[in-house]
Design a protein around this ligand. Structure first.
Ligand SMILES: Nc1nc2c(c(=O)[nH]1)N[C@H]1C(S)=C(S)[C@@H](COP(=O)(O)OP(=O)(O)OC[C@H]3O[C@@H](n4cnc5c(N)ncnc54)[C@H](O)[C@@H]3O)O[C@H]1N2
Ligand code: MOO
Length: 445
């Protein structure tokens, strides 16, 4: 086995910068509209035609010339000759002339010559059948030009970029694409991310818990976080602590064509952390001590795939909370970059810290809860849960309690209660953050 790889020190920003340079946005693929919810547009979408494509009626009523009916009142109606009926989906057979009206349904094309529609409710259609004038309609109220008429292109004008590249498709976005005639759209391919747990102590949920064993929880957390970040998890199970087992799993991942491999554990200084050696043999690896808490030991590098590709590997620490924090801070931005999502980083918002906090030279991502104080309207944040051990890097249940990370800078030894600090809200989509803190919009770019 080769000698122990060198361990380098990195700040969070240095580590993230080094990691992100290894990732590019993935190429486009065509996705059918029904499958495209939540997908990211790979290209600007330009409108091939107007929406609506033609001038049409917004109401069921009579197409008229507004000038003809400008003096109409219920007592002195204006009588117009009804010359046609136009249904939605139909087309007018001739233009409308002065003194004429055409019955028209909502969505039907407004005939040339007509400039307004009078609703049935304001015509003799409301009268008893025997009182209605034959072959005529009595108009009871005036309309102005344009009333109840929807102009061609008033929704979307032909040639405009209606959805820019990078848009994450919503139900409404899919509707706009359908209205423009796209049966499928170019979307950024979703990154496939291999998830590998390492360690002889691990057993899967559902297997018996023998002495000295613990359950593999990182695989499930990481797979779910990959999905949340816009990727597709490819679970690879557990690699046992042998060179052959781990090498085999790495090769399996590469053969599956993953865009990235995320491992957990084996990156610190324990006797059995040969993971480092195996990874170093499979590519060009770096082993870092990042000034972050938890999540200090981190491995990053490029694996050599048999087809010649370089596949980035991120080796997260084993401790479940350290793995979670390192995923959020380093893996999530990389996945979002591949997926074409912006902003790559989770925006932070400000909340008022409820208790004194001490820190020791690393940037501390503290498990926290944020809420809005009913009286002051302020956002508040607390790092104290029921358990005294809430900040331990193995206390996974504290991450269930937490809805945020409170970020304590590495430069600060003591943050007094009452200080406004930066927090990252977990599980809140980026577009919803301005609802919680209106100042967050500045982070959107
Ligand atoms: N002498 C030192 N010891 C440790 C240091 C150090 O600097 N000097 N760093 C500590 C820190 S910080 C962390 S974080 C851990 C990281 O260690 P590894 O990444 O090498 O991971 P392991 O030692 O293999 O495991 C740590 C812990 O996590 C549990 N684990 C591992 N995989 C899973 C999984 N898939 N699901 C659930 N839990 C998992 C494992 O059983 C251990 O309890 O090292 C400290 N030690
Ligand atoms: O990464 Mo360790 O504490 O920093 O859990």
């Amino acid at each position: 086995m080769n000698k122990t790889p060198v361990v380098e020190h990195r700040t969070v920003e240095e580590a993230r910068r080094d990691i992100l340079t290894a990732f590019q946005r993935l190429p486009a693929e065509r996705i059918a509209l029904h499958e495209a919810l939540g997908r990211v547009l790979a290209e600007d979408i330009r409108a091939p035609h107007d929406v609506p494509p033609f001038r049409n009626s917004a109401m069921d009523g009579y197409a008229v010339q507004a000038a003809d009916v400008q003096h109409a009142t219920p007592d002195q109606p204006v009588f117009l000759r009804v010359v046609a009926t136009i249904a939605a989906g139909g087309t007018p057979t001739r233009p409308l002339r002065a003194g004429e009206a055409m019955r028209i349904m909502t969505g039907a094309p407004v005939p040339e010559g007509a400039d307004a529609v009078v609703r049935f409710e304001e015509t003799s259609d409301t009268w008893a059948p025997e009182e209605r004038p034959p072959e005529q309609v009595a108009i009871l109220n005036p309309v102005r030009p344009g009333d109840n008429v929807r102009e061609a292109g008033e929704d979307v004008r032909q040639g405009t970029v209606v959805l820019p590249a990078g848009t994450r498709l919503t139900p409404a976005g899919l509707g706009v694409l359908a209205s423009l005639g796209f049966p499928e759209v170019p979307c950024v391919r979703q990154p496939r991310v291999g998830i590998l747990a390492t360690g002889d102590e691990l057993v899967q949920p559902g297997e018996p818990l023998a002495p000295g064993k613990i359950r593999n929880s990182n695989e499930y957390v990481n797979a779910a976080l990959v999905r949340r970040a816009g990727g597709i998890p490819v679970p690879l199970g557990i690699a046992r602590d042998t060179v052959e087992a781990l090498t085999g799993k790495v090769h399996e991942a590469l053969a599956l064509g993953v865009d990235m491999l995320i491992t957990s554990a084996g990156v610190s200084v324990g006797d059995y952390d040969f993971v480092k050696h195996v990874l170093a043999a499979e590519g060009e690896m770096h082993f870092w001590q990042v000034s972050i808490k938890p999540g200090k030991p981190l491995a990053f590098g490029l694996l050599r795939a048999p087809d010649g590709r370089s596949v980035p590997l991120l080796g997260l620490p084993g401790n479940p909370v350290a793995a979670y924090v390192a995923f959020e801070v380093f893996a999530r931005p990389a996945i979002r970059k591949m997926a074409g999502l912006t902003p790559i980083l989770r925006p932070t918002i400000k909340a008022r810290l409820q208790e004194d906090v001490r820190n020791s030279g690393r940037r501390h991502y503290m498990r926290a809860r944020v809420w809005r104080d009913a009286e002051s309207g302020e956002l508040r944040v607390s790092t104290k849960g029921d358990s005294l051990r809430v900040q331990g890097s193995g206390i996974l249940s504290a991450l269930v309690w937490a809805n945020a990370f409170a970020i304590i800078p590495e430069t600060t030894a003591h943050v007094p209660a009452g200080t406004w600090i930066e927090v990252e809200l977990l599980d809140v989509p980026e577009h919803a953050l301005p609802l919680i803190d209106p100042t967050v919009a500045q982070y959107e770019a």
